[in-house]
Design a protein around this ligand. Structure first.
Ligand code: 4AD
Ligand code: MG
Length: 464
């Protein structure tokens, strides 16, 4: 490639001082004075723009003016020099300039700052804003840091199926996968016939979680993790729920709940340290644009111990709270986002693992505690977002698992293999799911899940 990454010049310019470079990118802003012109060029390799300095006397007007427009793509050659303006850094004194792609006046990104709502209407262009430039880089770094965390600790990366026949969370939020159409439905005499004619000859759906297959892998590989897209047909139109989101799901054989809590805490700290180290400019940007105190928050998460709070104690605290909650607080009811945020923001001021939830509100696979009422499960709640991790020790006892599934009226045929894991060499094991978009919201301060994905999928809106 003949082009030098703009990040090389902007972030490590001293190495290139005095040398000739060729760069290519999109014009973010262009300024023009009597004798000089200045272009801020971005090629996506870093958040900062490269300043191109142009001595107008050296360029014919008809070659220069098409390049001084917001949004055009161009190529420039020149010499790397220390920036003239205060603040340090490097810029390029341009010797040759050529337009690659024009950008007419109706280009929607004319203003300095657009609302996130407006940007959602132009997903193909919003990537060219500072917000998406920074978010996508942080997303990439966070993903890679997650891989690094598990790879460095001997976990095997497993690819679990996207199309499944089982409902891991048992919440009925499955997107159906079918090749049957409207006509097939009309011709079938009943549901059984309709399904028998379908591609898999049985009901299939998009996975809501790789956990069940992850457990299969962990029962041979010991420590595994999955990292992939998961899908939920949740009809809730909230800033935190997407129909398509990414989950990282480790599963660890021979681990009990306190063991897996330690893994989760060190993973979160590892990822946040990576963001602070590798995305410092982005953190500064998000601090300015989205969340005052962001850097201090992230630093304090790395430095502090997370709290652990029993669900029963959490209910006591919420009942005594001097706050009017919209949803009722009662032992046995699930915590709502407002309750989660109160606990983590007002009471503890840091991330908290809420443990031992009532079994009635949690999934069938969770280990039943001896009290007969609760399960060895925990959610990690963080200020500003609420739940980012769902975690549990799994029920490793065949009979107890069977009774939990029977109580829920589940179709046991769909889970035969899963149940047999408890028959052939069962071991205690635990795992969790971290929502990638949730942790991105936490580390960027971006308040809506629709803005931490390239394209978001939410009820009623298949962004395109
Ligand atoms: O708490 P959940 O439902 O747990 C599971 O799916 C387990 N099977 C995970 C496991 O133990 N392997 O989901 C896990 C996490 C949540 O804490 C949240 O961060 C994220 O996935 N999540 C969502 N993120 C965005 N949009 C949604 N609709 C989400 N639903 C869950
Ligand atoms: Mg959950």
């Amino acid at each position: 490639m003949k082009y030098t990454d703009i990040s090389e010049i902007v972030l490590h310019g001293e190495k290139l001082e005095g040398s000739e470079v060729t760069v290519a990118g999109w014009v973010r802003t262009a300024r023009d004075s009597k004798t000089m012109a200045f272009i801020a060029l971005n090629d996506g390799t870093c958040l900062k723009h490269l300043q191109l300095v142009i001595n107008k006397a050296e360029f014919p007007e008809e070659a220069l003016s098409p390049c001084l427009k917001n949004g055009v793509s161009l190529e420039a050659e020149g010499v790397v020099v220390p920036a003239v303006a205060a603040g340090g850094g490097h810029e390029v004194n341009v010797t040759s300039l050529s337009l690659i792609g024009d950008c007419p006046q109706d280009y929607p990104l004319q203003k300095k700052r657009h609302s996130l709502e407006f940007l959602r209407t132009i997903p193909h262009l919003r990537v060219r804003t500072n917000t998406f430039n920074a978010m996508l880089r942080v997303r990439s770094k966070v993903s890679f840091a997650l891989h690094r965390f598990f790879q460095e600790r001997g976990y095997t990366y497993i690819h679990t199926p996207i199309i499944t026949g089982s409902d891991c969370e048992g919440a009925g939020e499955i997107f159906r996968v079918t090749t049957n159409g409207y006509e097939d439905a009309k011709l079938a005499k009943d549901e059984a016939e309709y399904i028998a004619k379908d591609f898999f000859r049985r009901k299939a759906g998009l996975t809501v979680s790789g956990q069940l297959e992850g457990e299969v892998a962990a029962m041979a590989m010991g420590k595994i993790y999955t990292f992939g897209p998961t899908f939920r047909a949740e009809n809730s139109n909230t800033p935190r729920h997407a129909a398509e989101f990414w989950q990282i799901e480790p599963e660890v054989a021979f681990a009990k709940l306190p063991d897996i809590i330690k893994v989760a805490e060190s993973m979160i700290k590892f990822v946040i340290s990576a963001v602070l180290e590798e995305c410092s400019d982005e953190v500064d940007f998000f601090e300015r644009a989205f969340e005052k105190g962001l850097r201090a928050k992230l630093e304090s998460v790395v430095a502090s111990d997370f709290a652990v709070l029993d669900y029963t104690d959490a209910i006591d605290i919420l009942k005594k709270a001097d706050v009017e909650f919209a949803y009722p607080v009662e032992w046995g009811l699930d915590l709502q986002t407002e309750h989660e945020r109160y606990l983590t923001e007002q009471v503890l001021g840091k991330p908290v693992f809420v443990t031992n939830y009532p079994k009635k509100i949690k999934s069938f696979y969770m280990k039943q505690n001896d009290d007969g009422k609760t399960v060895a499960a925990t959610d990690l709640l963080v200020p500003g977002v609420g739940e980012i991790i769902g975690c549990s020790e799994r029920e490793a006892d065949y009979d107890k698992l069977l009774s939990a599934m029977t109580e829920r009226g589940m179709n046991l045929d769909d889970y035969k293999g899963y149940m047999e894991l408890r028959k052939y060499g069962t071991v205690p094991h635990s795992g969790f799911g971290l929502g990638l978009e949730r942790i991105l919201m936490y580390v960027t301060g971006i308040g809506n899940i629709r803005d931490v994905q390239l394209y978001s999928r939410t009820t009623g809106d298949l962004m395109a």
